[in-house]
Ligand binder design. Structure first.
Ligand SMILES: C[S@@+](CC[C@H](N)C(=O)[O-])C[C@H]1O[C@@H](n2cnc3c(N)ncnc32)[C@H](O)[C@@H]1O
Length: 353
């Protein structure tokens, strides 16, 4: 069958792809600069020649020259062509090197690099249709996930999200029993333990290396009202919890209904379950924007394979939307679901009996 090709449309799409190629390589360059400490070395230094930067970092001047060309063209670093010097503005420093600041995007970038790192397994999984366990992702993915989510939790969890729930903050201040399920490296558990010293937090995750890392972090922070246990969301030990939470993990679970049911059964009758999930509309059409583009991509190679690798294998996906999440929670026996808060990337649901 003859087909009409409109060259203007080809050129437009090719131009977009060239931009995407440049962007994907810029992320890789940003990752190199992060891992080699180049952004950090430039932060607050003012204009530097390539030789200055090589002397400060101990890196090869030839490599730095090429790297600076790429990141300057990307706008990640500022190039002064008249003096042949490079610098970073405070805004560039916030995005690329100020660790722990909500604006720092290196965790996001690290999570992307982790997907390229294991591209062969991703292709194999995609073609086979089989699951791929969370534990099969690269170490860079676990660290990138924690590094990406932690600044958002630090900025919002105890100042916005918990206060947005009915009566929960007072309980946590007075002293409550908290379960953080699918806690990963434990950043959310540690933040709650620090903010509510009268409460006790238990972080559960079925990925043992993540639990070991969470224990290390709590020990480093010198906090003793938090502990971590290797356990699955469907049958972690303990009961009579006042508050249960899941941060960006329900959609990774094979049996989210079973997990939510276990939460309901181990919560006190007047307890609250806070579910933090990626922000998404209820239909794919509502998610046709960069955040949707990003989450659907991670969902293709990380979240959905992680779910399909477990019993039930529901594969909710990282853009499930409040309607499908409410369906899961209702099937688990919860009576009320309310959108309590949201950020540009997350929705926070308050779930009660
Ligand atoms: C995207 S990570 C989020 C980790 C952490 N909550 C955070 O926000 O940084 C998803 C986590 O869910 C955990 N997970 C997935 N399925 C699980 C299950 N059935 N039981 C317990 N943990 C599970 C994984 O091991 C992983 O640590």
């Amino acid at each position: 069958m003859a087909e009409d090709i409109y060259m203007a449309r080809v050129e437009e799409l090719a131009g977009k792809v060239v931009g995407d190629v440049a962007a994907s390589l810029s992320l890789f360059m940003a990752y190199l600069g992060d891992q080699a400490g180049v952004f950090e070395a430039m932060d607050g230094e003012g204009p530097m020649s390539v030789a200055d930067l090589a002397a400060k970092t101990g890196l090869n001047e030839k490599y730095l020259h090429q790297w600076l060309g790429s990141v300057s063209a990307a706008g990640y670093v500022t190039y002064d062509a008249d003096n042949d010097t490079f610098s970073i503005t405070p805004e560039q420093a916030l995005i690329f090197t100020r660790e722990g600041q909500p604006a720092c995007m290196q965790g996001f970038i690290q999570a992307v690099v982790s997907q390229y790192e294991s591209h062969e397994k991703a292709v194999e999984t995609f073609k086979s249709g089989k699951g791929r366990p969370w534990s099969d992702q690269s170490q860079c993915c676990f660290c990138g996930t924690d590094r990406f989510f932690r600044p958002g939790y630090a900025a919002n969890l105890t100042s916005e999200w918990i206060p947005s729930l009915g009566g929960v903050e007072d309980k946590l201040k007075a002293g409550a029993k908290i379960a953080d399920i699918g806690c990963g490296h434990g950043s959310s558990s540690i933040l709650m333990a620090e903010a509510y010293p009268n409460s006790t937090v238990i972080g559960f995750d079925f990925h043992e290396p993540s639990i070991e890392e969470a224990r290390r972090k709590a020990a480093d922070a010198g906090i003793d009202n938090v502990s971590f246990e290797v356990a699955s969301a469907q049958d972690y030990p303990g009961d009579d919890f006042d508050f249960a939470c899941i941060f960006d993990a329900l959609h990774d679970m094979g049996d989210p209904v079973g997990a939510a049911r276990h939460i309901r059964e181990t919560l006190k009758d007047d307890g609250t379950f806070m579910l933090v999930e990626p922000l998404a509309g209820d239909t794919m059409a509502e998610n046709m924007h960069p955040i949707g583009q990003i989450f659907y991509a991670f969902s293709t190679t990380v979240c959905t394979p992680a779910s399909l690798a477990q019993d039930v294998g529901l594969g909710l996906g990282a853009q499930a939307g409040q309607k499908r999440l409410t369906d899961v929670l209702t099937k688990a026996g919860f009576g009320k679901v309310r959108r309590a808060s949201e950020t540009p990337t997350n929705m926070v649901l308050e779930i009660t009996a």
